[in-house]
Design a protein around this ligand. Structure first.
Ligand SMILES: NC(=O)c1ccc[n+]([C@@H]2O[C@H](COP(=O)([O-])OP(=O)(O)OC[C@H]3O[C@@H](n4cnc5c(N)ncnc54)[C@H](O)[C@@H]3O)[C@@H](O)[C@H]2O)c1
Length: 421
């Protein structure tokens, strides 16, 4: 096969019957797809996904062997990334970042495995159509459905974003139960069909406890492969410190977020650095740290909604990309990143058996280490304790989903982050 000629053609306007219309010259018809001999495989008959969980898998598969060989490309195994809640606000940004190579890099072909709910299956098909029409060279296959057993098959990464929003009048304890059941089912499915080294990132709220539930329901997978997203909180904290100090954000490092992804979260200014100096020395204003910075980070999502009328989909997607990249790229010397992880054996005295956000580093192999030796002063300690207590209460509310008996659910206070209900 002759090497493909670069695609360059412009749309022409023809006038037919008095109406202007856009015409593509024949040579311009989807050259990349033609070059790659696309084949569509429909698990269901016809070309429309249905709400039947067994029949709605649709694959779009590009056969790349011929094109790759003619271009001298090496055959890199695509990364299989399962995304739940694929028709939601966050995914609407994240899927395009994944397909364009912004997350796993420009040389990593990708297969997207999209999980939706029954209500969102049509919307997921719409999202896939947009992905198809974006002609991302790295996107090799889109698979979609509403049965996690089918959709999570062989997944290398599972980004669990989908969750039920809290309906009017619903208590936080009820939300823990409703979403807990979803994450228990998804944990079992990952245990059964995902890659044995799948990395699971839980975003759907309450994400710390949902991550615990997913992990407990996947006993054959390494607990260290599960984490929950607090990177948005870290990014928000980093930005606030940069603005206050009047420096570019890349001068701000060692920003830990401790605890739960809720209003009890603890963005850590005690250990943060601006350049080589402790942030508290550059910003010599303890009252600002305690009374302004901390609540500002926790209520940032509400501020976005107030101004813009919609929740923080794009910045959350960006923070999920940061979270993944932090696990597959070495952490810069002296820095850390935050995510909620299993507390078993942690060096900060947090009770075992929870998912709690802590400062981590990675060598870039997908694994992480907790950074030891962060200073925990009295103020930080009392805040960290309150967040730990809250996670223990949350765990009691989902005891029935993680094989524990005899716990009573006694959550009264609402600590959902405003803007993420
Ligand atoms: N951890 C964080 O930092 C963080 C930040 C922002 C939002 N969130 C949480 O992320 C979640 C998603 O946010 P969003 O703005 O994309 O919400 P959204 O309502 O726009 O989208 C959620 C999608 O999930 C789908 N869904 C519901 N149940 C599902 C299930 N069982 N399986 C698969 N899909 C399911 C829904 O149909 C919907 O399409 C929410 O729980 C939100 O609170 C977390």
């Amino acid at each position: 096969m002759a090497p493909a000629t670069p695609f360059s053609c412009s749309k022409q306007i023809a006038v037919a019957g008095g109406h202007a219309r856009l015409v593509r010259p024949p040579a311009c018809v989807l050259p990349r797809l033609r070059q790659r001999r696309p084949t569509r495989i429909f698990a269901a008959s016809g070309n429309t996904a249905t709400a039947d969980s067994k029949a709605n898998l649709r694959n779009l598969t590009y056969d790349l062997s011929e094109a790759s060989a003619s271009n001298g490309e090496s055959q890199t195994k695509p990364i299989k990334v399962a995304v739940s809640g694929a028709a939601g606000q966050i995914s609407n940004h994240l899927l395009f970042m994944l397909a364009s190579g912004q997350v796993f890099g420009p040389n990593a072909p990708i297969i997207l495995q999209l999980l939706g709910s029954e209500r969102s299956i049509n919307a997921i098909e719409g999202v896939s159509m947009e992905l198809e029409d974006s002609l991302y060279p790295l996107l090799r296959e889109i698979k979609m459905g509403i049965d996690p057993i089918e959709v999570f098959e062989d997944a290398d990464w599972a980004l669990l974003i989908g969750a039920k929003p809290r309906s009017k009048g619903m208590e936080r304890a009820d939300l823990l139960d409703v979403n807990g059941r979803v994450f228990a089912e998804q944990g079992r499915a990952l245990n059964e069909v995902a890659s044995r080294d799948v990395k699971v990132v839980v975003v759907g709220n309450p994400c710390n406890t949902n991550a615990l539930i997913a992990m407990e329901n996947a006993p054959d997978l390494p607990p260290k492969n599960f984490s929950a997203l607090t990177r948005l909180d870290q990014n928000r904290a980093r930005f606030q410190l940069a603005v206050k100090a009047g420096v570019p954000f890349d001068k701000v490092s060692r920003v830990a977020v401790w605890g739960n992804h809720s209003t009890t979260q603890v963005p850590d200014w005690v250990n943060a650095r601006i350049g080589d100096t402790p942030a508290s020395k550059v910003i010599d204003d303890e009252a600002w740290f305690k009374e302004d910075f901390t609540p500002k980070v926790a209520t940032r999502g509400a501020s976005v909604i107030q101004k813009w009328g919609r929740s923080s989909g794009a910045s959350t997607a960006g923070s999920i990309a940061d979270h993944v990249r932090s696990l597959i790229q070495p952490t810069p010397e002296g820095d850390c990143f935050s995510m909620a992880i299993s507390t078993d054996g942690n060096p900060y005295g947090i009770a075992d058996g929870l998912f709690y956000s802590m400062p981590c580093t990675s060598t870039g192999n997908g694994d992480y280490d907790i950074v030891p030796g962060f200073e925990v002063d009295e103020w930080l300690s009392s805040k960290m304790k309150a967040s730990e207590e809250e996670l223990i209460r949350e765990k009691e509310c989902v005891a029935h989903l993680i094989g524990l008996e005899g716990a009573a659910c006694a959550i009264t206070e609402d600590t959902m982050l405003p803007g993420e209900n």
